[in-house]
Design a binder for this molecule. Structure first.
Ligand SMILES: [Zn+2]
Length: 190
């Protein structure tokens, strides 16, 4: 290795004042040569690909987002509703527990049922309790709960048996099928 020359703190060699060119955002953030970052930081609106203005923080304008949501909904496979399973609205937290509440919602919001993006719910069941994982931090190394506390392990297994029966969901969430209210009797067609 080459020997380093001695440079004193006060000497001209130690440092020089330079002028730095770069991009500073409206908010005063210096972004070096990253013009995009500075512009993004300093702006409030951008143009969507469609040409419309949109708030910063979105990648699509409102109308493109609506269009995209509709496309996603329409891309879902259709299933006829059994009139029992709860329904929800696509991309929304509105839930319907029966047909009447769908009609009520339509009336309240002045929309027709065919204008709703209905989705059939799927049940969320309780998870089985993996006792060795659940107590993993406190169990002795390499010893399952069954070795340490067999009665408790057995009791948990009974709970799991109940859980496996899936008799009652904990909650419902939007599933993968879109649906409609069968208003006409033409639902047998294809
Ligand atoms: Zn757009």
């Amino acid at each position: 290795m080459k020997e380093q020359p001695k440079v004193m703190y006060d000497s001209a060699e130690a440092a020089q004042q330079v002028t730095v060119t770069g991009w500073r955002s409206r908010n005063g953030h210096f972004c070096g040569d990253n013009e995009h970052l500075a512009r993004w930081d300093g702006c409030t609106h951008l143009l969507c690909d469609c040409g419309a203005e949109m708030d910063r923080g979105y990648t699509l304008c409102r109308s493109c987002r609506d269009k995209q949501r509709l496309e996603r909904y329409e891309a879902m496979p259709f299933q006829e509703w059994d009139r029992t399973t709860p329904l929800t609205l696509h991309d929304d937290d509105e839930y319907f527990w029966d047909e009447d509440s769908v009609w009520d919602y339509c009336e309240l919001n002045g929309i027709k049922p065919e204008g709703l993006r209905l989705v059939i719910c799927e049940p969320n069941y309780a998870w089985e309790i993996e006792a060795d994982d659940y107590y993993g931090d406190d169990l002795p190394e390499d010893q399952p709960l069954n070795d340490v506390y067999p009665d408790l392990a057995e009791a948990i297994e009974k709970v799991n048996e109940m859980i496996r029966k899936k008799e009652r969901p904990l909650s419902w969430g939007g599933g993968k099928y879109r649906t409609t209210l069968q208003i006409t009797s033409s639902s047998n067609a294809a």
